[in-house]
Design a protein around this ligand. Sequence first.
Ligand SMILES: CC(C)(COP(=O)(O)OP(=O)(O)OC[C@H]1O[C@@H](n2cnc3c(N)ncnc32)[C@H](O)[C@@H]1OP(=O)(O)O)[C@@H](O)C(=O)NCCC(=O)NCCS
Length: 259
Amino acid sequence: MKDLILRHNDCLFKFTFLPWDSDYFGVVSYLFDWRNSKIGSHFQGLGEFLAKGLPPDSFITAKIPSTEESTFLNLLIKCGFDYIDTGVILEMESCHLAASKKRASICEVKKMGSGTTRGIPYNELGSTFSFTRFHQDAHIPKNKARGVWINLFKNFVPKGDNAIFLAKHKDRIIGALLLKKSKLYLRRYLEICFLSVLPDFQEKGAGAALIEAAVRTAARKRAGLLVGTQFRNLGALNFYIKKGFRIKETFVVLHRWQS
Ligand SMILES: CC(C)(COP(=O)(O)OP(=O)(O)OC[C@H]1O[C@@H](n2cnc3c(N)ncnc32)[C@H](O)[C@@H]1OP(=O)(O)O)[C@@H](O)C(=O)NCCC(=O)NCCS
């Protein structure tokens, strides 16, 4: 399968094929590549054109910057996209990056080497999420939404800029944070792509200890630090803001399923 390009008047729409999602959800999946598309000004007939041009039996995700005109969002909704949530990208403030120190906590945080996966509660840690865009989509069963995060964690290889930090309390792994190189901006950033603490151990400082490890790594590599969440996940949003992150960008998340 290939990426899809649709042209209409002065508009060009690029849809990137997503092999992992296609396999996991059992339907051909694309991400609307907003950055490399050209949204012209001749919207007349565009809704009908897109609705016809997009493949049947497909799952398409669109993430549109909140600054984009509502005319375009309404056009996507007219072509069968549903509003899912508003995503938030947060950036660690540079003063926090510079000043990060290891503080006392109920747990010890260690960087995981490759091949030492014993004792990691992948299923439990992947099941703490309940506000992701997959959980909010009525087309996706809850166990399938959970599986996205369990799979992400199990398949994540700690190599190069990819790192796994594990929080341990008395030899039990109670939390995990995955860090990767971000492709979102031109500036060098590391991005937290998974952060989870087991429910019985939440609100005891483990999440903060994991964030501190990520902050120290980013500072050592002279990189910025990013994390993504959604407005609906108010707990995580407030947690990140308390830990020194600031909102960098927000975007509207839309999904389109056609059968
Ligand atoms: C978000 C999460 C990682 C936080 O971890 P945690 O170990 O519970 O957080 P900590 O105990 O280290 O809390 C650190 C600070 O954030 C605050 N905080 C934690 N959860 C909060 C919440 N739900 N609402 C508001 N503040 C919160 C704490 O009060 C604490 O504040 P303080 O520094 O003023 O004392 C954890 O709740 C979790 O795993 N949630 C489910 C998975 C998830 O949503 N992950 C984020 C995906 S984007």
